[in-house]
Design a protein around this ligand. Sequence first.
Ligand code: CDT
Length: 312
Amino acid sequence: MTERNLRVAAAQMGPIGKGASKSAVVDRLITLLNLASEDNVELVVYPELTLTTFFPRWFVENENDIELESFFEANMPSPETEPLFSRAKELGIGFCLGYAELTKEGERYNTQILVDSHGEIVGKYRKVHLPGHEEHEPWRKFQHLERRYFQAGDSFPTWRTFGGIVGMAICNDRRWSETYRSLALGGAELILIGYNTPIHYAPDPSQDRLASFHSRLVMQSGAYQNGCYVIGVAKGGIEEGVESLSDSCIISPSGEILAEAKTDGDELIIADIDLDICKNYKQTIFDFARYRRPEAYKAITNQTGTIPPEEL
Ligand code: CDT
């Protein structure tokens, strides 16, 4: 069997305060990039909305509010992020970066880009599953207003790059089996997922103690059921008084964890992966072409909510 080896890293970030400048954040990203270079890493994955604090925790009435706008990027690279692109290119390292995107048409997305080792943006993904709520809900200890501040993306593209087929997903996407299956139907062998997961879940706090378990559960099963590597990368720790899950990890197509973060702060974890291992699963137990039965799965694309049998 051939080998398609890649040394990858998850660049977990600790908290980013509301007052932190983007340049200060980029300095932290470059510090992790330099560490990655010392270990000959080829691809570094940063978290969701890497450049700022997780601002959907605050309600802002006016969408043209200057502070709200300051969390978004109208250009990528921007003057503040350009040093990251330059340093990565200089080191010959690719990276994946999550940020809040403002398009020329004024649309706002929760976005992740994939940059190759020459500093070229080769892929862009816009978050499909936007969790939380649209309006201010004062009963919550903190808000989760992604549905107010972002439009939803509409597809799960994949790209031939880094010697394999790569796809991306963002945070809440990782809880939905459709995410991994859609990406795997596009051939994904490596799925890059940044996240910000507050440990307190206001609609059902009984889930709080399970935050770590659920995060691993979905990413490990997504990897195994689709014969993919998954890199899950957190912005964790206590940010503006809200504790978020760390637990960044790199998962193999067997579903096993290859590397995991030990801290709640800025930390680089590294793994050597062989993309040909995906075939062990994609060509056997999860041979889609042979075993999938889409004619039996019509409900998955024909309906969103549940349609139970009529009550007797
Ligand atoms: N960022 C993000 O998508 N976070 C959600 C939090 C739970 S829903 C309020 C997540 O799925 O981790």
